[in-house]
Design a protein around this ligand. Structure first.
Ligand SMILES: [Zn+2]
Length: 308
């Protein structure tokens, strides 16, 4: 299993955000988390970290409209460029191009080495013509489209265990029959699901629960179904916002131990049977926990720095 290769998008760690009256600039948890993980894994003998930098943005057209992509590139019109909630900045577009390539390279690595990881956000809320939930680009959907279009594999399962519904991934991939989505979630928002059909096609399985016991029963069922499907790759959107004390999520009784149990179950069931590509989902610290958060509390924070 080791070393696991981890792909990290260049410029991603430069992305900042600010509060409504623009008096405080900080980094969102998803950026801070990936940066922290990158530096931690970089020094571990169990992980091989690769920084990805690419100017090839053609891949983004596989799922997103040119009008929307142009707004992300130029910042104009600003309301469209900022539909995800994240402020527009000049590195927004190139950082997300690098994110998608990190995810594609990671998927290809998983095909050869059984498992691989992408240190970036899966972007599961973003749809074709706008972002949602601080996700400007749907990295998961773009990765699957790239792998299928280029005939690298012909059958993919997506296991989305972020505590929020992966509405964007479902909306973008619901008509692609050789993609199977398995999504266990607790939270959704009316605006995320307005364009989804009331009855989803058979290749999309979603399960909503606020019970940790039900969660694990459903997970075991989904893992068995994935194994039976025997896809060429499983993309595991690994949200830790199921954690009981998460700021934006949480399921009652979902302890740290339960998160470890979830990962062990997944590996036990799928590792060496199906190639696994892990991509990061949500996970949000509470501001009153001094051991877990840094930049949000700093005023002003240190300037972001480039990698390499
Ligand atoms: Zn989430």
């Amino acid at each position: 299993m080791y070393p696991v290769t981890c792909y990290y998008p260049k410029l991603y760690d430069t992305l900042v955000h600010h509060n409504a009256d623009k008096t405080i600039t900080y980094q969102l948890d998803q950026i801070e988390k990936t940066k922290w993980l990158y530096y931690k894994l970089k020094t571990s003998p169990n992980y091989d970290t690769q920084v990805v930098n690419s100017s090839d943005d053609s891949v983004l057209n596989l799922c997103h409209s040119s009008k929307y992509l142009n707004s992300l590139k130029t910042g104009k019109p600003q309301p469209l460029a900022e539909t995800s909630g994240l402020i527009w900045q000049k590195n927004l577009y190139p950082a997300h191009v690098n994110s998608v390539w990190s995810s594609i390279k990671s998927s290809i690595s998983a095909l050869n080495k059984n498992i691989s990881m992408t240190l970036t956000s899966g972007g599961h809320h973003a749809v074709a013509d706008r972002g949602y939930g601080f996700n400007p680009i749907n990295t998961i959907a773009l990765t699957t489209k790239y792998l299928l279009t280029n005939k690298i594999i012909n059958n993919i399962a997506i296991l989305d265990l972020d505590v929020h519904l992966g509405n964007g991934t479902i909306e973008l991939l619901q008509h692609t029959s050789n993609i199977h989505i398995f999504d266990i979630y607790r939270y959704t928002k009316p605006e995320w699901i307005t364009r989804l059909p009331s009855t989803l096609p058979d290749n999309i399985r979603v399960y909503q629960t606020d019970s940790t016991n039900q969660y694990f029963k459903q997970l075991e069922s989904y893992l068995a179904q994935i194994k039976k499907l025997n896809p060429g790759l499983v993309i595991y959107h690994h949200g830790v916002d199921v954690y009981k004390n998460d700021r934006y999520g949480g399921i009652l009784k979902f302890s740290e131990e339960k998160i470890h149990l979830r990962e062990r179950l997944l590996l036990k069931s799928l590792y060496r049977h199906v190639p696994i590509m892990i991509i990061l989902g949500g996970g949000y610290v509470k501001y009153d926990n001094p051991s877990l958060t840094t930049s949000r509390k700093k005023h002003p924070p240190p300037p972001p720095h480039h990698l390499l």
